[in-house]
Design a protein around this ligand. Structure first.
Ligand SMILES: Nc1ncnc2c1ncn2[C@@H]1O[C@H](COP(=O)(O)OP(=O)(O)OP(=O)(O)O)[C@@H](O)[C@H]1O
Ligand SMILES: [Mg+2]
Length: 262
């Protein structure tokens, strides 16, 4: 009985300590973190300091836009935070896992399981149908063909392409191809989706439609999105804008009012 009392008292004290330090709430809601991240590219004689001490916390369910002039380090930041590229110093962690400590194989597996990617030029395989493009990451993650087909159909329907399963990428419009790539990014229900200029190849009407889709997925399913954009229009639809310049973050503002669906 005394042991139970001691155990309960110890547990309560640890719990209040966690709440006081804010550690518990951070552990629950922090999904991605960059801590003092530096990255330099060396090409022969030239050395470019692409990231110069980045600190950034992304919370679960956030929709974050990263903005800034060309060459300021946005893609480098996305690549380093998603483990596509390594950092020179500092740490990146996703869902509490420090990427630096992982082997290449386990990092690839971790990326496939917890992260989705959307690129400016869609990066769809041209010989595969929309359905097969979305099935691919599921099959690579170990799903059976039947499971993969079911899940891919569900994701394509979610992005409004329930009637385009058999179309090849070349038989789809740019906006539709980007929808397929968004469905593919969601295939494994990732904790976070990284999107590098997802609307950069689209006209403004299609860009806003894609952004509206991302926002709805964010609001309805709590999907975390971090997207790079040059467009103020697109940036305005995110609920947080991180502004970069010359490898550093120079602004970080939340837009709470945008979280409501129109
Ligand atoms: N593989 C590389 N080798 C050498 N330098 C690189 C490499 N990738 C990027 N850089 C340099 O690092 C800096 C940051 O590049 P990055 O691609 O992150 O910029 P960005 O903000 O995404 O630009 P943009 O808006 O034009 O896409 C640039 O000065 C670029 O020239
Ligand atoms: Mg870029």
């Amino acid at each position: 009985m005394f042991n139970i009392f001691l155990y309960t008292a110890h547990f309560t004290s640890c719990l209040s300590q966690l709440i006081i330090t804010g550690k518990m709430s951070n552990e629950i809601s922090l999904i991605a973190a960059a801590e003092n991240v530096f990255k330099t590219y060396n090409t022969g004689k030239i050395s470019v300091q692409a990231l110069n001490g980045i600190n950034l916390n992304i919370m679960r369910g956030e929709m974050v836009a990263i903005m800034g002039p060309s060459g300021c380090g946005k893609t480098t930041l996305l690549n380093c935070m998603s483990g596509l590229d390594s950092v020179d110093s500092g740490d990146v962690s996703i869902a509490g896992q420090v990427l630096r400590t992982m082997s290449d194989d386990s990092l690839s597996e971790y990326r496939a399981k917890y992260m989705g990617f959307v690129f400016q030029f869609y990066n769809l395989l041209p010989v595969l149908s929309a359905l097969e493009n979305v099935e691919l990451p599921l099959i690579l993650a170990g799903a059976s063909q039947k499971e993969a087909t079911e899940r891919a159909k569900e994701k394509l329907s979610l992005v409004g392409l329930g009637d385009r399963f058999e179309h090849l990428p070349a038989e789809l419009s740019g906006g539709q191809q980007q929808r397929v790539s968004i469905a593919r990014s969601l295939a494994n229900d990732p904790a976070i989706v990284w999107a590098d200029e997802p609307t950069g190849n689209l006209d403004s009407a299609n860009a806003l439609e894609i952004m509206d889709l991302l926002k709805r997925l964010n609001q309805a399913h709590g999907q975390t999105f971090v997207l790079v954009t040059h467009s103020d229009e697109v940036g305005k639809l995110a609920d947080r804008v991180v502004q970069m310049s010359d490898g550093v973050i120079i602004g970080d503002g939340k837009r709470i009012s945008n979280r409501r669906l129109s």
